[in-house]
Design a binder for this molecule. Structure first.
Ligand SMILES: Nc1ncnc2c1ncn2[C@@H]1O[C@H](COP(=O)(O)OP(=O)(O)OP(=O)(O)O)[C@@H](O)[C@H]1O
Ligand SMILES: [Mg+2]
Length: 231
């Protein structure tokens, strides 16, 4: 498709456009990303699959501006991530992260954990509290708001992580094995939550998974091998 002018002539339907993205570690010895080309459309549900160490998390971190590439171009929600000075703003407005290990902060309550992304906004303390409770209700955990995360089950913690990812109404959700640490029944609840969001709110969903049946729920599977896309 349109690959001519990079950046200023972006295809409007694509919310993510990546060209020739490279990232290496250990002084170039480990090529985590070795020339990734990827386009994802607005509202699309894509799963990213591939063996352990193939670069899936690195790729997701690049899309969410948690890490910086060595080479190539990456544009997300119309923003050139290499040149913008407003990465925090970009992240808090556009991106909801659900990590491989739901990294909740153990000495904050469930509600406070959900409030974290809103610190970047100009909402008042009361507005943050109300919004956090609303999203905890949406994931069925309003009664756990004042609990600390270590007292919750794995599935409950992952639901808190999802509430936290959604609280700023991101246009893109990046989920890194959101069901990896859960039993299959709890995992199904999480998957249903995520796919409902994609269907009802037209959120773009990019999900890393090892499970073929999870991958098959997506509209498209992108296979990563040795830092490159296979299909
Ligand atoms: N911060 C880092 N420092 C050094 N090497 C790293 C770093 N992060 C990732 N790597 C290496 O980059 C490669 C890709 O890692 P990545 O975490 O993206 O893999 P993955 O596909 O997500 O694997 P998994 O399925 O096990 O989560 C691996 O060889 C990994 O060891
Ligand atoms: Mg990973």
């Amino acid at each position: 498709m349109n690959n001519g002018n990079q950046g200023d002539n972006m295809n409007r339907d694509n919310v993510i456009e990546i060209q020739g993205l490279k990232k290496s570690y250990d002084g170039g010895k480990i090529k985590a990303l070795n020339g990734i080309d990827l386009e994802i459309k607005k509202g699309e549900f894509v799963s990213i699959m591939g063996p352990s160490g193939s670069g899936k998390s690195t790729l997701l971190n690049m899309i969410g501006a948690l890490d910086v590439a060595d080479e190539g171009t990456i544009e997300v929600a119309g923003i050139d991530l290499r040149s913008t000075a407003k990465l925090n703003e970009f992240r808090s407005q556009e991106i909801g992260f659900v990590f491989q290990m739901h990294n909740l902060i153990p000495n904050l309550t469930v509600r406070e954990n959900v409030e974290i992304p809103m610190y970047e906004t100009d909402l008042s303390t009361n507005q943050m509290r109300e919004r956090a409770l609303k999203f905890l209700k949406a994931v069925g955990l309003e009664d756990k708001a004042d609990q600390i995360p270590t007292k919750l089950s794995g599935g409950q913690r992952q639901r808190v992580a999802i509430a936290r990812a959604l609280v700023n109404r991101p246009s893109i959700i990046l989920a890194d094995e959101p069901t990896g640490s859960l039993d299959s029944k709890t995992g199904d609840v999480i998957l249903k939550l995520l796919s409902d969001l994609h269907e009802k709110e037209n959120v773009t969903l990019v999900m890393v998974t090892h499970e073929p049946y999870v991958g098959n729920m997506a509209e498209r599977i992108v296979n990563v091998l040795d830092g490159k896309i296979q299909n």
